[in-house]
Design a binder for this molecule. Structure first.
Ligand code: TXA
Ligand code: MG
Length: 319
């Protein structure tokens, strides 16, 4: 049986024992283990049913710890770290040889970030090792943004979820790497491209290149409900096509139409992108429990965080 609690001492003991704890972050809940423990790391892959070629993110409590994780840190990376950490930015850097190959799936680079959540920062500070933490969901499914989401997924496979409340940002971190000294975006996420470019200038986007899955943000089906989901430009246009079906609607903001026999999730009453982003996964979890025939999501304005939200919605629709 899984326990939901705020007991840091218990979390620390479990992690020191080579076992796993689900940890809160400002993006989504993670499934955490000691990066140096092969037992713990193998258990992460098994519990998530995640393929071993898919590398993990290392979580540290302070950017000063970075030297233990990575080498040859580009100037732009240092700038981004100073500006956005603690926060929802993951940097892909050349790996320090101390990082086990299983963490990086044999790559010579490592993904690392300082999460912005007081409980998890306190936990990381108290531990003599960093934590590897993928999102705490079975591979491909919707990421968890509450402790209860995690418990629903891993009732029998995990002993503790550290309860840090609802994740403030609500989608995964943005992932940036460096190729020939140029910044490259591998995964859209909860810091917008615009905000990153304001600090380091132009960033090349490789988020959608499905031929080179550097980050499985890139694999086609991801962040997906079990219910069939489609993404449309205009819900009012589409609804007549699905008469008689039980429909779930996922909308950015309130609209003027009333559709009978639908379950509607409004992500922001005031059309605020950040608010919508923080509500997105919880709304998807709820709709997925409604035994619907179809979920229809409406496209977001394709700028700033709307781009990141559209990316997740698009992946939820893939087969
Ligand atoms: O917000 C987040 O980043 C959350 C929280 C828990 O921190 N974690 C998360 O982890 O989303 P996960 O494992 O679900 O996604 C990690 C992503 C994957 O797309 C993986 O391929 C990519 O990071 N990644 C890890 N190491 C990489 C590397 N060396 N090069 C490129 N991508 C890498
Ligand atoms: Mg994930």
């Amino acid at each position: 049986m899984i326990e939901i609690s705020t007991d840091l001492i218990k979390a620390k003991k479990i992690l020191e024992n080579n076992d796993l704890v689900s940890i809160p972050t400002e993006t989504v809940y993670g499934l955490a283990g000691n990066i140096y423990s092969e037992t713990a790391i193998k258990k992460i892959f098994e519990t998530k049913k995640r393929p071993l070629f898919n590398p993990l993110i290392v979580h540290i409590h302070d950017k000063e710890e970075l030297v233990k994780i990575a080498i040859e840190i580009p100037e732009k990376a240092a700038k981004l770290a100073s500006h956005f950490w603690p926060g929802s930015l993951t940097l892909v850097l050349k790996k320090n040889s101390a990082i086990p190959d299983i963490i990086t799936a044999g790559k010579d680079t490592v993904a690392v970030r300082v999460p912005n959540h007081p409980l998890t920062l306190a936990l990381l500070k108290s531990l003599p090792f960093p934590l590897a933490a993928p999102s705490a969901n079975p591979f491909g499914s919707i990421s968890p943004t509450t402790a209860q989401h995690v418990a629903n997924y891993f009732q029998d496979d995990l002993s503790l979820v550290l309860d840090g409340g609802k994740c403030q940002n609500g989608i995964e971190s943005t992932i940036i790497g460096f190729e020939d000294n140029k910044a490259v975006l591998y995964r859209l996420g909860s810091i917008s491209i615009e905000d990153l470019e304001a600090v380091i200038g132009a960033i090349e986007i490789k988020n959608n290149d499905e031929n080179t899955p550097n980050a499985p943000g890139m694999l086609s089906r991801h962040y997906a409900p079990k219910t069939k989901t489609i993404l449309v430009n205009d819900v009012a246009n589409e609804m007549p096509k699905f008469k008689g079906q039980r429909i779930g609607l996922l909308l950015f903001q309130p609209n003027d139409y009333l559709f009978p026999n639908t379950v509607t999730e409004i992500l922001s009453e005031t059309a605020d992108l950040k608010e919508a982003m923080s509500n997105l996964y919880a709304a998807m979890h709820r709709l997925d429990k409604e035994n619907l025939d179809l979920i229809i999501a409406e496209k977001f304005p394709n700028n700033n965080l709307g781009k990141s939200i559209n990316d997740r919605l698009l992946r939820a629709t893939k087969n």
